[in-house]
Design a protein around this ligand. Sequence first.
Ligand SMILES: C[S@@+](CC[C@H](N)C(=O)[O-])C[C@H]1O[C@@H](n2cnc3c(N)ncnc32)[C@H](O)[C@@H]1O
Length: 274
Amino acid sequence: MNDNAHELIDAGDERRLERYGDRVVDRPALSAPWPPRAASSDWAAAHLRFERGTGWEGDLAPWSIAVDGLTLELRPTDSGQLGFFPEQVAFWPWLRERLAGRVDPAVLNCFAHTGATTLALARAGARVTHVDGSRSAVAWARRNADVSGLADRPVRWIVDDALAFARREARRGRRYDGFVIDPPSFGHGPDGTRWELAEALPDLLDACAALATDDAFVLLTAHTTGLDADDLGDALVDAFDPGPEAEVRTEAIALTAATGALLPLGVGARMIRG
Ligand SMILES: C[S@@+](CC[C@H](N)C(=O)[O-])C[C@H]1O[C@@H](n2cnc3c(N)ncnc32)[C@H](O)[C@@H]1O
């Protein structure tokens, strides 16, 4: 990631210590059970700290960071998040390569949250349909488009349940050249519909496959503990039924701390239909 927007300083004791722009944040990370390596004075110097049960302490005012030429607003949320997932940025070059050379490509970004990947796609020339079940997340994404100077790009901002929206698009005969799918383990659509990844993912992938062009690309990432990257790849192949020329790549997602600690953050699968 350029622009010096994010650094994982250390991870340990089931916590992560990160710098986002000019603020240092200390918050839970169950995937880091080992002892921390950074000095306790480094951990104590955090500007913001989140504890399950008691919430945030520190300066709760929003701030901005510059990520790969985008400007993103960060703010502490009730769930201990900040509105930006730095591990997703590593996928942007691959997405840009998939868009290069396509004429007016349409991309469906499900669970699109505060819009960082939507804006990276729009800047690379895609017509993006940004879908998220949270009205406030979509409003936040639109603010990020504004402050990034991308408000005029062809983005459809949709507050909806991802599965319901994908099925509706199929009934309308819509087609997409690319899909970005980054579902939470558990979540909610706008009308309170419960989303549970293990149960709903096959239906969502089938609904997206019904919208896919013959040479569509898909980036699927997930953050559920214990989920295997190859299982994610198999789920993509089952749903999208790619030809023999298809490329499927699976991987573990992690961030490396300045101290050398490796923080696991989920698994990913990418596919290009052959
Ligand atoms: C892990 S975040 C996605 C992170 C995002 N891809 C990024 O890099 O910024 C999960 C998002 O899914 C949304 N969500 C949860 N359940 C949903 C559903 N059923 N339909 C659509 N969006 C949902 C949440 O509002 C949240 O913004």
